[in-house]
Design a protein around this ligand. Structure first.
Ligand code: R5P
Length: 286
């Protein structure tokens, strides 16, 4: 049984297609007072894969996921695998200030108590989230799929991480494509002046592909793109796994002169060109 929650219906359908299976019908409605109704149609199997991203509206998508899981559990489905392509609340995996909710931990506990037997996600913002679970938890990487796309569409690009934190992604892609990679770094020139530029490489005349895990407000990308242009990049394309794209983020990015934006469909968006369906299908086949 492959079940796609409201946030991941198209992706779930693609995964089902890769498996030659029919997507399990899921009826979802909102009552006039705003409360949710769900009904799992079709025949109930002993094994299920539920696919649901928990991006905006996070709380609604999460509640729907819990309703699906608890329903499967009550119908005595024994093996419930959950794929959360984009894991919402994934930034708070520890307590930074006293009294804070460790949101990712709370969600992990709720997923487990709702009947999940195994969970997997894609490029979790914090790798440590897997350790919050007592059930098997896996963090898959969409970088090979992004690398494949870049390899097919660009000629000798340089892969650029907008900051050191994203350098691992740039390295992963550059290794697959056997091309250059670098990251942007801030250097203090004087007490009043900070310069941001590529750490090691000369970018002049090069096609640059920026890679990050998330594009949220677009601020990080706009800044990185401006710097690459300033240092002579001939083309600037932006790629990411999770197109969170808050409000007018895409508009801001294109207005800054970026040539293209490429993202995956962990979250459905106008720039979700690359599907992670083969990644999910391969994982569940193993
Ligand atoms: C930061 O740790 C992430 O990797 C992204 O760089 C960040 O989420 C992007 O946010 P924004 O698009 O709002 O600059």
């Amino acid at each position: 049984m492959i079940i796609g929650g409201s946030a991941s219906q198209k992706l779930a359908a693609l995964v089902a297609k890769e498996h030659n299976e029919i997507l399990c019908p899921l009826e979802t409605r909102k009552f006039p007072d705003g409360e949710r109704y769900i009904r799992i149609g079709g025949e109930i199997d002993s094994k299920a894969l539920v696919i649901q991203s928990t991006g905006y509206p996070q709380d609604q998508n999460l509640l729907e996921l819990f309703l699906i899981l608890k329903t499967l559990k009550s119908l005595e489905v024994e093996d419930i695998k959950v794929c959360i392509p984009y894991f919402g609340y994934g930034r708070q995996e520890k307590r930074f200030k006293s009294g804070e909710a460790i949101s990712a931990k709370v969600i992990a506990e709720l997923l487990e108590s709702s009947g999940t037997s195994e969970i997997f996600s894609i490029n979790l913002h914090e790798e440590g989230i897997c350790d919050l679970f007592d059930i098997p938890a896996h963090n898959l990487s969409a970088m090979p799929l992004i690398a494949k796309y870049i390899g097919e569409n660009f000629n000798n690009p340089i892969i650029v991480a907008p900051d050191k934190g994203a350098l691992g992604f740039a390295r992963e892609i550059a290794e697959i494509l056997d091309c250059d990679c670098d990251h942007l770094e801030k250097t203090r020139i004087s007490p009043e002046r900070v310069e941001t530029k590529p750490k090691n490489m000369d970018i002049k005349g090069r096609e640059a592909v920026i890679i990050d895990d998330i594009i949220s407000t677009g601020g990080t990308i706009v800044n990185a793109s401006n710097i690459l242009r300033l240092h002579g990049a001939s083309k600037v394309v932006v790629s990411c796994v999770h197109p969170v794209l808050v409000e007018d983020a895409l508009l801001k990015i294109f207005a800054s002169g970026v040539d293209d934006v490429i993202a995956t469909d962990t979250l459905q968006s106008d720039v979700s060109t690359i599907s992670v369906a083969p990644l999910i299908a391969d994982f569940i086949n193993k």
